[in-house]
Each structure stands twice: as C-alpha cells, then as structure tokens.
Design a protein around this ligand. Structure first.
Ligand SMILES: C[S@@+](CC[C@H](N)C(=O)[O-])C[C@H]1O[C@@H](n2cnc3c(N)ncnc32)[C@H](O)[C@@H]1O
Length: 282
C-alpha cells in the first residue's frame, strides 16, 4: 500500500535531482558488486526505482543484463523511461504496489531497493519478499540508514544558528509518525544487517559511501538544495517555530543575496549506506 503522507508524483523533480546529486554512491556500490565472485547479473530488479537514476546506472554498469525499474507511481516510471531513452540505455519498467505486487515479477540475480523498505509497514516481511525474488547466488542490496544531509553553514548570518539540526529533529518526528501510520506497521529493531540475515541471506555486509559536493555548488546540486528546502518548508513548516520558518522563507527568496540561489557557501554532504546480502547457492 502507498502511504498517504507522500505524494510521490509531486516529488518527481526532487527525487530525480537528489538521485543525480547522490549518484556517485550508486556507482561505487555497483563497482563493489562487480567485484563479488560469481556475480554476473543477467536480470536486475530495482524495486521502488522512482525516476530511475539508479536503474539507469545499473543498465550502464551491466550492459548485458535486463534491468527492470519497478515502482507504484506511473509518473515516476515514465520519467525512468525518458531518462533511459535520453541516456541510450536499455531499461524495462513495471508498475507494482509493495509488498503484495512483488510476487509476479519473476526472479533476478541482483535486487536493488533504495530508500523504499522503510515505506513498507512490515519491514522484515518486505525483506523476506525481496529475498524471495533472488536466484540462488543472487544479491540483495538495500539502501537504508546513512547520515542526514548537510547543506548550510551552521550560522547563516541571520536567524538562529543550527537550523539544519532542528530540521533533522522535526523530520525524525514526522518519519516516526509516518511509520506508525503505515498499514500493517510493525515496530522492529532497525538492525539492517541482522534483518537481512533473518530474511535468510548470507555474506551480509554494509558499506557507507560519502557524497561530497563542496562549495561553491554547481547548478544541479544547487537546484537539489532549493527543492529539498522547499519541501522542508512545505511539510515541516508547521512544526518549526516562527523564527526558523522565516529563516527558510528568506533562504528561498530568489531575490535575496543571502538566499540559496545566490549564496556561495552552500554545499551538499551526506553518506549513503548500502546493506548487501546473498542467497546461498545450494
Ligand atoms: C524515496 S523514493 C526512492 C527512489 C529511489 N529508489 C531512490 O533511491 O532515490 C521511494 C519510491 O518508492 C515508491 N514506493 C513507496 N512506497 C511504495 C509502495 N507501497 N508500492 C510501490 N511503490 C512504492 C515511490 O513511488 C518512490 O518512487
């Protein structure tokens, strides 16, 4: 079931921009996957692909594989198709609702799922269902955890210093509410490697990749920062005090030299964690 807290189609621009700005971690994770012994994926599923940034990278990295982007939001799958056409890579798309729509996708040698499992009520069950999609010897890679994104100096020169730490705090509250309200929500200790093992996977390991765009930002990451702060203003605005809300408004003012469109000190720094596990061969 899609949760109602997110209008995924409306987030298409942000998902694509953020996917592009963070995509170095996907490339590095795919390099790591290519090093695994006996993994030459012929069929790859990207579950919850969104606009297909990672899926297109997989199609580039494994040109002999059939890569399928799977998502419940048709507008995002359309974006994935446009992206693949633009980049000249081979990509299939398939619409499915998780978790029930996962059966019927067939099996794969590599199943990737980025920032998706935490949107499913029963995360352990979701991991079991993703594991069931694997061929013997196949690999599941899920992107969960990592670090919050940093974009702004602690002291902006106006407003109360430490805005991003307070945005993180209200995001965490909203996230907890979102999870509690998901259909079939089950509380679980979010020990991702432990959960992969409980799903029956072996060779479980995690790796964290730094995403580092120092100041001054190029056009793409700068637009990513604007979109992300616009979303924070829209969805977290009510949870912030008046001074922080006003600070965000000023940052988003295109005419203000201290706003995100003009300031030279914006950066984009984060870390993405990928948890890998393998289905035993025999
Ligand atoms: C946060 S986005 C992640 C996009 C991409 N994988 C990435 O790492 O940037 C979550 C994606 O999962 C999809 N999604 C979330 N819940 C879903 C559900 N229950 N069924 C199908 N798709 C779902 C959304 O449409 C969205 O594209």
């Amino acid at each position: 079931m899609h949760d109602n807290d997110f209008d995924w189609a409306a987030m298409a621009d942000l998902l694509e921009l953020e996917g592009e700005a963070h995509s170095s971690y996907v490339r590095q994770a795919l390099d790591d996957l290519a090093e695994l012994p006996d993994l030459d994926p012929r069929r790859i599923l990207d579950i919850g692909s969104g606009p297909g940034v990672a899926a297109c990278r997989m199609a580039e990295a494994f040109p002999r594989a059939e890569v399928t982007a799977v998502d419940g939001t048709p507008e995002l799958l359309a974006r994935a198709e446009q992206r693949a056409a633009r980049l000249g890579v081979r990509l299939r798309t398939e619409s499915a609702e998780f978790p029930e729509g996962l059966t019927g996708l067939g099996t794969a040698d590599l199943v990737w799922s980025g920032h998706v499992v935490h949107h499913v009520g029963d995360q352990q069950d979701a991991l079991r269902r993703l594991t069931a999609l694997l061929e013997p010897g196949g690999v599941l890679a899920i992107v969960e955890g990592g670090l919050p994104i940093r974009r702004l100096p602690r002291d902006l020169g106006f407003g109360r210093p430490g805005l991003e730490a307070r945005l993180d705090a209200v995001s965490a509250e909203r996230f907890a509410r979102m999870r509690a309200e998901l259909p079939g929500s089950v509380a679980v200790v979010e020990d991702w490697p432990g959960m992969l093992r409980a799903a029956g996977l072996t060779e479980v390991h995690s790796r964290t990749y730094l995403v580092d765009h120092p100041a001054p930002l190029a056009e793409g990451p700068r637009r990513t920062v604007r979109r992300a702060l616009e979303r924070h203003r829209a969805v977290l605005g009510e949870l912030l005090d008046a001074e922080d809300a006003a600070t965000l408004d000023r940052l988003l003012d295109p005419d203000d030299p201290a706003g995100v469109d003009q300031r030279e000190d914006l950066y984009l720094l984060t870390a993405e964690t990928v948890h890998f596990g393998r289905r035993a061969k025999g």
